[in-house]
Write a protein that binds this ligand. Structure first.
Ligand SMILES: C[S@@+](CC[C@H](N)C(=O)[O-])C[C@H]1O[C@@H](n2cnc3c(N)ncnc32)[C@H](O)[C@@H]1O
Length: 250
């Protein structure tokens, strides 16, 4: 298995494997409207779509990722591929009703709550009716693994009506906790260099509620594993507690 590869902008790693929800995304192609891979990094998921002959737009906020994606792409797929710089929640530079399926793999946890809501509205607009939105992100179960007390507070806050209690600034204290816990598990990784300023942990209920409120039907939502969370030096695996969601524009 190949390793996860660090991003060039402190946004974690491109996973060592395609998304566990890859098939949901690929099968959302309707034969007419392209697929979109938001936060594509170096193209681990994009390539799978291209290999099936599916026209695919790869979007990332970091141009250097797109340059590498294009450099490594076989010539035979170039006619199917479009690369664009774009950033949630601000822009997906295509007209409305453009895509039959949108993948957003390991990206949403870099956004604060308000930006998640705005991003979901934007994604909704860009999908054709019945189009699918496929996403994975850090779950509250990962927060529980990092710090049980913080997770208890997360649950209490949710019960008390606080909307996005899982927004964790990657400050020195939280970074140290995260670092300690993975080191206890025998994993060597420099957390403070790879995640930027914020990591947002959400529960299944939170995300499904926001999606439903914005017009999506939920086809699938659970907390599960991502086999691609292998650390870059192959020293172990970071916790596999991610949120996996497939939603459909109603
Ligand atoms: C953790 S990597 C995941 C890469 C790939 N999707 C995967 O599953 O392996 C996150 C990627 O999303 C991009 N990204 C992060 N925040 C973004 C945003 N707000 N809008 C667009 N892309 C973003 C980063 O540049 C990076 O390439």
């Amino acid at each position: 298995m190949s390793s996860a590869i660090a991003t060039l902008n402190n946004r974690g790693y491109q996973m060592a494997t395609p998304s566990p929800l890859l098939q949901d995304w690929l099968s959302s192609y309707d034969g007419q409207h392209p697929l979109l891979d938001i936060g594509c990094a170096y193209g681990i998921n994009t390539y799978k779509a291209l290999e099936l002959g599916i026209p695919t737009v790869s979007m990332d906020l970091e141009k250097k990722h797109l340059d590498i994606l294009l450099q490594n792409m076989d010539k035979e797929y170039r006619h199917l591929s479009t690369c664009v710089i774009g950033e949630l929640p601000y822009s997906i530079p295509f007209s409305d009703n453009y895509f039959s399926g949108i993948l957003c793999a390991e990206v949403i946890h870099f956004l604060d709550g308000k930006s998640i809501e705005t991003s979901i509205d934007l994604i909704y607009r860009k999908l054709v009716p019945n189009g699918k939105f496929v996403m994975t992100m850090a779950s509250d179960k990962l927060l529980e693994y990092i710090d049980k007390d913080m997770h208890t507070k997360f649950q209490d806050d949710l019960e008390n009506g606080i909307k996005w209690p899982g927004e964790m600034p990657m400050d020195a204290e939280f970074t140290k906790k995260f670092q300690n816990i993975i080191e206890n598990d025998g994993i060597r990784s420099e957390i403070d260099h790879i995640f930027g300023n914020l990591l947002h942990f959400c529960s299944v209920e939170q995300i499904t509620e926001v999606l439903q409120h914005r017009g999506f039907g939920i086809l699938h939502a659970n907390v599960g594993e991502h086999p691609g969370y292998e650390d870059p030096e192959g020293l172990g695996t970071v916790p596999k507690r991610i949120l996996l969601v497939v939603a459909q524009k109603l």
